[in-house]
Write a protein that binds this ligand. Structure first.
Ligand code: PLP
Length: 367
């Protein structure tokens, strides 16, 4: 190892690099396949693309490329204020919601502190915790989902952050509002509770509550949202946190200047205006989820019922099935790193993509 690298803190050297879904171009190169023949259902992206309104807004912004973006994101924050009934000082913009999760870790965690998260939870929580030298407390899951009472009980004197993914990735499990409120009532106010709602727009109406209403009563609550999923803007990298103004002030101190580029700011504003697109995304997701789960039942495969735009299915030797699917031009996501070595996570696609995946899966189970 380079002398310089040996000087890097041991907790940095111990980090296992985040493994993203395999890009279509990689598989095309490796297998000699045409890119258009490949189906990628590996990164919980929106199979409908993005709203045409966002394309127009981004095109209109192109003439301004030589200028720095608005570092404070004034117009996007105004649009978010109108949408969520919050004040601009309660919003922190990020390069994807991933960025704001990192900001929370940097602002509140350090060596000698800890954060609490669930087994099988979104991997960025342990990664962000480890990257600042803090200790991670992983609480065993219950039926693949967050055990919120056990998570509240796991809070120690040195705990500064508790992470909840609702719904969680890669399990798709969901904690109803009353359970989250109960946790908020139990956790000391010195602990920041991050409620990561990246998949909120996919929830059925009966389960979706306006959690921003909880901010007043719980000044330690940080809600994170993204434009990467139902809004279809994963490539632009834009997300945000809603929280008490004092928390936002701290997050902004460690935020890189200009962390959300001008195309992302313009695209996100347009996306927010096109709620019909979000509704359509949800409808297509509901239909696709039905198609996939019916396919799993037909193949007699267990799956974890999911409220996101993805579902994890138990296939036995997931590594082998993943490789066979790749050879058939279908990319999904192995989730062994999440403690689910027998599962594959598949993103809900459009009807033809789901059909292609199910067909390839059937051929790949025992081949
Ligand atoms: C639970 C959860 N939170 C946050 C993110 C981060 O997404 P982005 O940075 O694109 O907003 C993801 C991405 O897959 C996720 O699954």
């Amino acid at each position: 190892m380079l002398d310089a690298c040996e000087q890097s803190p041991s907790y940095i050297r111990a980090i296992a690099t985040y493994q993203p879904g395999k890009p279509v171009s990689d598989l095309a190169r490796e297998m000699g396949l045409g890119e258009t023949t490949i189906v990628k259902l590996a990164s919980n992206e929106n199979p409908l693309g993005a709203s045409p309104l966002t394309h127009a807004a981004i095109s209109a912004q192109l003439s301004e490329l030589a200028r720095y973006p608005d570092g404070n994101g004034f117009d996007l924050k105004q649009a978010l204020c109108a949408h969520y009934s919050v004040l601009p000082e309660q919003i922190v913009l990020g390069s994807g919601s991933n960025d704001v999760l990192e900001l929370v870790a940097r602002a509140f965690l350090a060596a000698g502190t800890s954060s609490v998260y669930s087994q099988h939870a979104f991997v960025v929580y342990p990664l962000a915790t480890q990257a600042v030298g803090a200790a991670g407390i992983e609480v065993p899951a219950r039926a693949f989902g967050h055990d919120l009472p056990a998570m509240a009980a796991a809070v120690r004197g040195d705990t500064r952050v508790l992470w909840i993914a609702n719904p969680n990735n890669p399990t798709g499990t969901f904690c109803p509002a009353e359970q989250v409120q109960d946790l908020l009532a139990r956790v000391p106010r010195r602990v920041v509770v991050v409620l990561d709602e990246a998949y909120n727009e996919y929830l059925p109406d009966a389960l979706r509550v306006d959690t921003t209403r909880w901010l007043e009563q719980h000044p330690n609550l940080v809600i994170t949202r993204t434009f990467s999923k139902a809004y279809g803007l994963a490539g632009l990298r834009v997300g945000f946190a809603l929280a008490h103004a004092e928390i936002c002030d701290l997050l902004n101190r460690v935020r890189l200047p200009f962390n959300v580029n001008s195309l992302a700011q313009a695209g996100a504003q347009a996306a927010l205006r096109d709620q019909a697109f979000v509704q359509r995304s949800r409808r297509v997701n509901d239909e696709g989820m039905r198609q996939l789960t019916e396919g799993f039942k037909r193949l007699e495969l267990d799956y974890i019922p999911s409220l996101g735009n993805f579902v994890s299915v138990c296939v036995g030797d997931a590594g082998a099935v993943y490789q066979r699917l790749l050879r058939r031009g279908v990319i999904v996501r192995p989730v062994g790193a999440y403690g689910l070595p027998a599962h594959l996570r598949v993103t809900v696609g459009v009807e033809s993509e789901n059909a292609r995946f199910l067909q390839a899966l059937e051929l790949s189970l025992h081949a």
